[in-house]
Design a protein around this ligand. Structure first.
Ligand SMILES: N[C@@H](CCC(=O)N[C@@H](CS)C(=O)NCC(=O)O)C(=O)O
Length: 222
């Protein structure tokens, strides 16, 4: 047990999932504000620690604890970190709410299309129904990216200054890493590179990769 804010994470994932596990968002926020955090890890395919469902109702990662306070959902955790540390959200009211709107847009308007694409193109690749489903979702992914690209325009960040909205959107776009969708929109590709080029992002990713020190699950049927 530690006094540090704590994030749950996996101790092993297959290569295709590296850089995609959502505790990266929380790690990145802590790296941006320059504060230490701890991780509690377990196997993605293992039974969850006892009582975990009371902490994270869907038994997913990340869950988050800071002292007595327990939270789940990356959007809520990012808002908590920003509010608690008075950072990663603009001060000015319109820009602040714009950032919060984009945080939700990342989660609710863009991520579902990206997740579906990933499910068809990567996770279920090879299944007889997946190719058709992948083709069917591609226009939706393009439409969402075009809308983000148009709204972003020539700005560096979604709400003017770097914020939790960008932590969300950049990591949502990570979910398309197996495709070339983002490259179709040069300002979005530059935005994604700007986000993933931040030293705090690199530290967060390195820390996540270093936590993948657990055993790969035994092959099914073994
Ligand atoms: N909406 C949740 C999604 C969390 C989520 O999908 N976590 C994935 C890892 S990135 C997970 O734990 N998957 C394993 C499972 O569902 O059992 C959030 O943003 O926190």
């Amino acid at each position: 047990m530690t006094d540090l804010p704590t994030v749950t994470a996996f101790d092993w994932v297959p290569d295709f999932a590296k850089g995609l596990v959502r505790d990266l968002r929380v790690r990145w926020a802590f790296e941006e504000v320059g504060l230490p955090y701890a991780t509690e890890t377990f196997g993605a395919a293992s039974p969850r620690p006892e009582g975990y469902v009371q902490w994270q109702p869907f038994e997913q990662v990340p869950a988050f604890r800071d002292g007595e306070l327990e939270l789940f959902e990356t959007g809520a955790i990012l808002l908590y970190v920003a509010e608690k540390h008075g950072s990663l959200l603009p001060e000015e009211e319109q820009a602040r709410w714009q950032a919060i709107a984009w945080l939700f847009a990342g989660l609710n308007s863009v991520e579902p299309a990206c997740t579906r694409y990933f499910a068809y193109a990567v996770f279920n690749a090879g299944k007889d129904w997946a190719a058709g489903a992948k083709e069917a979702v591609e226009p939706l992914v393009r439409q969402k990216l075009k809308r983000v690209s148009d709204a972003l325009g020539e700005r560096d960040w979604l709400a003017g200054e770097f914020s939790i909205a960008d932590i969300m959107m950049v990591t949502v776009l990570n979910g398309l890493k197996s495709s070339s969708f983002v490259a179709e929109f040069p300002n979005l590709a530059a935005y994604h590179a700007r986000g993933t080029g931040r030293p705090a992002y690199k530290r967060a990713l390195d820390a996540q990769l270093a936590d993948f020190d657990g055993p790969a699950p035994a092959p099914q049927g073994a």
